[in-house]
Design a protein around this ligand. Structure first.
Ligand SMILES: Cc1cc2nc3c(=O)[nH]c(=O)nc-3n(C[C@H](O)[C@H](O)[C@H](O)COP(=O)(O)OP(=O)(O)OC[C@H]3O[C@@H](n4cnc5c(N)ncnc54)[C@H](O)[C@@H]3O)c2cc1C
Ligand code: FES
Length: 364
């Protein structure tokens, strides 16, 4: 068995080296939006070419073709779509020429169309200002922007951290309101900063570093902002916010942003957790409830134990939503949490008057 595995690894390495030595694609051009033209040595993935030239495409899985975030329209030179891309690209997108940048190898001239919103994403350098343990498996990290820089994001959007010592990025929703990341909105004594809430994933590359090695003063690079999940500020509909786990991060950014404006819209935050020990920011949201009659916070535990002394809502968060939201009013929903929770919530929302076109979500 071991001999077989060794043989397979040797063959793979030989093939890789042979490809490098024998197959030379020569110099290829990558043209972006018919404006910018980059000359590169062929053979690299489109994602890595774009990132290296500071054109930041979201890549939450680090190029493993499991997130489907690195979509760009390729107008020519990308070859045929790979089986790894098929599950992420629907028929209409395929007709447009949509591809996963991490799966396209630049072997001939390539013409790429990137949305203008992505061209606004940048690379930033930050410093870890504080590390706070929120629960046994969740940490809040506060980052300060270096060199008087500021980052403009919408509440709900995410950034990508570059895991130190690697070329791997991971996506994290910003957990603080946008105003704190703007130099112009702060006094000259306070530097722009932002917060992330990061839950440990056993064996995880980025969360392993965040939960065992990150320290105050560490320098961290990140790119962004990214994402089409954010608070739509052109509406005054009542908001049903549903979160679970680290899905608290964008909810907190949205709610603190609305609180800064005096909570102009009615908001109910439903937060689902297994046990009491999985809840965090309870005191912060209860304080907001006292300040703003428009805001309501309803956590629910699905598996409370006697030692939790829990007297609040129990069961799945969708049950609590149905219990407290009376159908009939025009509402919109913002959802963030694990995929099964979001899928269950999506089935319940139309029954309480939230239409799919007014439902915004991020699953992770
Ligand atoms: C848009 C977006 C926003 C996100 N925002 C946040 C956030 O605010 N806070 C946060 O904590 N996370 C967030 N994530 C998840 C985050 O990007 C990483 O996927 C997660 O932290 C794991 O990274 P890692 O490098 O530690 O694990 P990896 O090294 O990537 O993975 C290690 C192993 O764990 C598995 N795995 C990865 N993620 C999970 C998971 N969530 N549950 C179970 N198994 C998993 C992988 O399949 C792999 O087998 C977000 C993801 C997306 C796409
Ligand atoms: S980076 Fe995740 S699919 Fe391409």
């Amino acid at each position: 068995m071991l001999v077989m595995a060794g043989l397979l690894i040797t063959v793979a390495v030989v093939l890789l080296v042979a490809e490098r030595i024998l197959i030379s694609y020569g110099e290829c051009s990558v043209t972006i939006n018919d404006k910018q033209c980059i000359q590169v040595e062929g053979g690299e993935t489109l994602l890595s070419v774009l990132n290296r030239h500071k054109l930041f495409v979201p890549s939450a899985c680090g190029g493993k073709a499991t997130c489907g975030f690195c979509k760009v329209v390729v107008r020519g030179g990308a070859g045929t779509i790979l089986p790894t891309e098929e599950i992420f690209i629907n028929k209409a997108e395929r007709e447009l020429g949509m591809r996963l940048a991490c799966q396209v190898r630049v072997e001939r001239p390539v013409r790429v169309q990137m949305p203008e919103t992505l061209l606004g994403a940048r690379e930033y350098t930050s410093e870890v200002l504080a590390v706070e343990q929120l629960t046994y498996d969740t940490r809040l990290i506060r980052f300060g922007l270096k060199g008087g820089d500021e980052v403009h994001f919408k509440p709900g959007q995410y950034v990508q951290l570059l895991v130190p010592g690697t070329d791997q990025y991971r996506a994290y929703s910003v957990a603080s309101p946008p105003s704190r990341a703007l130099a112009s909105r702060l006094s000259s004594l306070v530097s722009p900063e932002f917060e992330l809430i990061i839950r440990r994933v056993p064996g995880g590359l980025c969360t392993g570093w965040i939960h065992s090695a990150v320290e105050k003063g560490d320098e961290v690079r990140f790119t962004g902002p990214f994402g089409d999940f954010y608070l739509h500020e052109d509406s005054n509909r009542e908001i049903v916010a549903i979160g679970g786990g680290s899905g608290m991060a964008p909810m907190r950014s949205i709610i603190l942003h609305l609180a800064e404006q005096g909570m102009p819209r009615k908001v109910t935050l439903f937060f689902g957790a297994r046990r009491r020990r999985d809840l965090f920011y309870v005191a912060e949201f209860q304080a907001l409830e006292r300040l703003y009659p428009n805001f309501r916070y309803l956590p629910a535990l699905s598996e409370p134990r006697p030692e939790d002394h829990w007297t609040g809502e129990t069961g799945f968060i969708t049950q609590t939503v149905q219990k407290h939201i009376v159908p009939g009013r025009e509402r919109e929903a913002v959802l963030c949490g694990p995929p099964p929770m979001i899928d269950a919530a999506m089935r319940v929302l139309p029954r309480i008057g939230v239409q799919p076109e007014h439902t915004y979500f991020d699953k992770f």
